[in-house]
Design a binder for this molecule. Structure first.
Ligand SMILES: [Zn+2]
Length: 157
């Protein structure tokens, strides 16, 4: 534990001091997924008992959670999103349009990956095909483009 961050004042009550301690196992939720953080560094106010976690620590937790999800094959990793987009030769905008999501969603995936669900399964299938050859991809891309056009017709654009 680093000494310099110790002794900071609590921003909630303004009275107590924050004392940091390392908890061996700390249950929390990240992105809606329950997760136990090992060796979590938690600050507690000596006055109001407010718990404080600094941004660097949260980042560490998120990385650890993603690493665990990748191990369990429950996360389509951020690297894979970037590689897939590169293999398909699509911009963020084109990629988003193809999948019927926003640019912001794709940017988020590129930073944090995306948890198991219909979209990550589709991306996994595309990724597998993209790794083999880009010839196989055209039917899939054509299909997605068709789907996108159908959706646009439905919402009357
Ligand atoms: Zn306090």
């Amino acid at each position: 534990m680093s000494k310099e961050i110790e002794g900071i004042k609590c921003s909630t009550c303004g009275k107590g001091e924050i004392n940091f301690e390392v908890k061996k196992e700390y249950p929390t939720k990240i992105g809606g997924i329950a997760f136990i953080v090992k060796n979590a560094r938690i600050g507690t106010c000596s006055n109001c008992e407010e718990e404080i976690v600094d941004a660097k620590e949260v980042e560490k937790w998120e990385n650890e959670r993603n690493r665990q999800l990748i191990e369990k094959d429950l996360l389509f990793s951020s690297e894979k999103v970037i590689i897939l987009r590169y293999l398909l030769d699509l911009t963020i905008k084109e990629f988003a349009l193809l999948l019927g999501v926003t640019d912001i969603a794709v940017e988020g995936w590129q930073q944090n990956g995306l948890p198991l669900g219909p979209t990550s399964l589709l991306l996994s299938m595309l990724y597998e095909e993209a790794e083999k050859t880009d010839k196989v991809l055209h039917p899939i891309l054509d299909f997605l483009e068709e789907q996108q056009k159908e959706r646009e017709k439905l919402i009357g654009r």
